[in-house]
Design a protein around this ligand. Structure first.
Ligand code: PEP
Ligand code: MN
Length: 337
């Protein structure tokens, strides 16, 4: 059950209202929007007389039952879209924010060259994998801590905030300079890791698992939010289906569902979704058209020599062309890019 409170209430009034339910044995989530604050009750609310509380409390604008298991991520609990600010970048309903960079950080020269170029083209954040979840133990595993240092150098040289994947809890201290911590598809249901990033105090980019439903993605976001971190960005990156012509199947409808069910920003990763370079631009345009809040696109200064995911990586010129195309289209969707 969620109570959407009247606007302009003091912190003390909101706290007193929420504590009145905690005394009855409920947990509460207080969710602050731009206009309204919501108080959501967790527990068996069957015996709570919702209408009476609306009529008598004096602080409630309206109330709803929340039937879904996910509460904090639920749009019913938080009707306004969440906007996540990272440095100069903003991820949310008015913008179309592009994150770009190589699959893996391979050297300082490589990451700095890519960073400068994607920034000039209009990317607002730089990605780069230092810890790589590879299907084969014999494939390049990433440069680890050294890679993160190189990524920090690229951040210093360009001013771009950085995004990198964490693979387990012990790596958390290494991510101090990382602006957005990525949870990869293969870790979407690593619940201990979700709880850990819930406490890291920085935005989390949560990718949909290879074989996970939209509801499971929302429940994983709920783990992060219920651990104390409300800055979660959801990422559709394609799911595994019977289709073999593409690396994964981009579930473009998931963007619509996620935006309907949740207030969190949603971005699309067309690179892992398709695995094919020439598909990246059309899928990017589709993502903009369907209402995504941005993209994560893999780029490389020399894709043919990439140590990971070269076949799906745009070269720097192709990325620049894509950004030009997106800049032409974004205003038609009321998005700043
Ligand atoms: C990545 O973004 O580097 C990555 C490994 O993607 P995913 O987890 O979606 O496979
Ligand atoms: Mn990759």
């Amino acid at each position: 059950m969620v109570f959407i409170l009247k606007s302009g209430l003091s912190e003390a009034t909101i706290k007193a209202f929420s504590e009145s339910f905690e005394r009855q044995g409920f947990s509460t989530i207080i969710s602050k929007g731009t206009e309204h604050t919501a108080v959501c009750l967790i527990g068996n609310t069957a015996s709570v007389d919702m209408d009476k509380i609306v009529a008598t409390s004096g602080v409630v604008e309206y109330a709803r039952r929340v039937t879904e298991q996910y509460k904090a991520v639920n749009r019913t609990v938080h009707p306004d879209d969440t906007i996540i600010k990272v440095g100069e970048a903003e991820i949310g309903p008015d913008t179309f924010t592009v994150i770009s960079g190589p699959c893996s950080i391979e050297s300082e020269e490589q990451i700095v060259e890519v960073a400068k170029s994607v920034k000039a083209s209009g990317a607002k954040l730089l990605r780069g994998g230092a810890f790589k979840p590879r299907s084969s133990p014999y494939s390049f595993q990433g440069l680890g801590e050294d890679g993160l240092r190189m990524l920090s150098t690229a951040k210093k040289e360009t001013g771009l905030p950085i995004v990198s994947e964490i693979m387990n809890q012990t790596q958390a201290p290494l991510f101090e300079d990382v602006d957005i911590v990525q949870i990869g598809a293969r870790n979407m249901q690593n619940f201990d890791l979700l709880k850990e990033v819930g406490q890291m105090g920085k935005p989390v980019l949560l990718k949909r698992g290879l074989s996970n439903t939209i509801e499971e993605l929302l429940m994983s976001a709920e783990y992060i939010m219920s651990s104390g971190n409300s800055r979660v960005i959801l990422c559709e990156r394609g799911i595994r289906t019977f289709e073999t012509m593409t690396r994964n199947t981009l579930d473009i409808s998931s963007v619509i569902v996620l935006k309907q069910k949740s207030h969190l920003p949603v971005i699309v990763d067309p690179s892992h979704a398709s695995g094919i370079r020439s598909f990246v631009a059309p899928l990017s345009k589709a993502s903009l058209a369907v209402g995504a809040d941005g993209l994560m696109v893999e780029t490389h200064n020399d894709p043919a020599k990439a140590l990971c995911d070269g076949a799906q990586s745009l070269d720097l010129k192709q990325f620049d062309e894509l950004m030009k195309e997106l800049k032409r289209r974004a205003p038609l969707e009321n998005r700043k890019i």
